[in-house]
Design a protein around this ligand. Structure first.
Ligand code: NIG
Ligand code: FE
Length: 415
């Protein structure tokens, strides 16, 4: 059924900027349409504007009217970095960290990603699918309308493909827009401890051809970090991925700056994600290229590591995207509402900047900007209506509490 949302206190469309993603000052110079309406037909946004321009007689007679007095309308969140397919949570490691071990120490003794891989290898494809779908349903209720999902807890040919097939099924069955990223190079499996090249060869010769053949991924990723994969290995994987039609979205600079940003900018990666550690040279490289920086503040919060220097990035005129990093080890939360709060509280991002980074810029970070990320005619009707509030500033301020009244995904009311 078609819908019209009326009497909206303010609509924040978050349209793209002149050069694509919103960058620098553009991120905060966004103005709402006051006292507005949004009409929805066939799951898409038909029109929007001021109430004085609304003409109800033009709409089909069975159009549902939703009154949004005192509420703001925002595009649904676009979460461009997650690991939402996993077998089990890792709260035992969480307690180990409370007792004093670091994330890196836990990883070194076989916990971390390798722990998740062991569990995922033993899980059935159907169970992984059911669990991940349930997580996606919860995320939609929290306002997320599009999401990127990575493999990377398989680490064998069979299990990496199993993960990617789960993501493919999620794409087919979920109303969300989903992109799939192949992260075979997430960690070196123990059986390849002394044979790094052997594992990279396995990725290139055994995994990528099947991924290409079955259309199992949109992007390639690697964990470019001390103790994981080097910039040279990352570069090789980006190049091999490109041969299979995969662009790159890469984990870089989570703990150390080891040259991953340069590798990614040089190889025209779509995004570089994490960037908790960012040198001045890295910033200059980002300014020279077209690669989207992506910050994951819930990961910083959960691991008590530095936050990505958002002010430095935005004030140098760059765009910035925010995503959750939802995964069982470093970020057991896919709540983008909490991400906007952390961005404001910990990274000094203004509320408008936090939403620009979580909506339209996220859409650019997963190349779905023509479909989602803003409230514009022709796009999917992925719209959040806030609780009544006097200003958008209240939303990130009101952290940990419910900010949403309704969520529409493809025009359907889901919460
Ligand atoms: O983005 N940093 C690498 N990968 C994930 C964490 C994976 C895990 O601990 O399971 C991340 O934080
Ligand atoms: Fe991640």
């Amino acid at each position: 059924m078609d819908t019209i949302i009326t009497n909206i206190k303010g609509i924040y469309p978050f349209k793209a900027g002149s050069q694509g993603a919103l960058r620098g000052e553009e991120m905060r110079n966004v103005k709402p349409i006051e006292n507005g309406f949004i009409s929805i037909a066939d799951g898409k946004i038909l029109g929007l504007g001021n109430m004085s321009e609304m003409n109800l007689s033009e709409l089909p007679r069975d159009t549902e009217i939703v009154d949004a007095r005192g509420q703001f309308a925002l595009p649904c969140f676009v979460d461009s970095h997650t690991h939402v397919v996993f077998a089990e949570p890792r709260h035992t490691e969480f307690v180990d960290r409370i007792k004093g071990l670091t994330y890196e120490e836990i990883a070194k003794r076989g916990g971390g990603i390798l722990n998740s891989a062991k569990k995922l290898q033993a899980a059935s494809e159907d169970q992984l699918y059911i669990d991940a779908m349930q997580r996606l349903e919860e995320l939609m209720r929290l306002g997320t309308g599009a999401i990127e999902v990575k493999s990377g807890y398989g680490l064998t040919v069979e299990s990496e493909l199993k993960m990617l097939r789960v993501i493919k099924r999620l794409k087919e069955d979920s109303p969300m827009v989903i992109k799939s990223t192949f992260l075979g190079a997430h960690a070196l499996p123990p059986e390849y401890k002394d044979n790094r090249k052997g594992y990279i060869d396995l990725i290139i010769n055994e995994m990528l051809p099947v991924i290409k053949e079955e259309g199992l991924a949109d992007y390639i990723d690697a964990f470019c970090e001390d103790g994981y994969f080097t910039p040279e290995e990352t570069e090789l994987l980006i190049k091999e991925g490109a041969k299979s039609g995969l662009k790159a979205k890469v984990h870089v600079n989570q703990f150390n700056s080891i040259g991953g940003v340069k590798t990614c900018v040089d190889n025209k990666a779509v995004s570089v994600d994490h960037l908790e550690v960012l040198t001045d040279q890295d910033l200059e490289l980002l300014k020279s290229g077209n690669t989207m920086p992506v910050a994951l503040p819930s990961c910083s919060f959960f691991l008590s590591i530095p936050y990505t220097p958002a002010r430095k990035i935005i004030d140098s005129g760059l765009p910035l995207t925010l995503a959750t990093d939802y995964n069982p080890g470093s970020t057991p939360s896919g709540n983008m509402q909490f991400v906007t709060s952390l961005a404001s509280i910990k990274m000094k991002m203004l509320p408008e900047e936090a939403f620009a980074a979580s909506t339209i810029n996220g859409a650019f970070a997963m190349e779905v900007e023509n479909e989602v990320g803003s409230i514009e005619p022709g796009k999917r009707a992925n719209i959040m209506l806030t609780q009544p509030m006097d200003s958008l500033d209240y939303f990130p301020y009101n952290f940990g509490n419910t900010n949403l009244d309704k969520v529409f995904i493809n025009g359907a009311l889901i919460a």
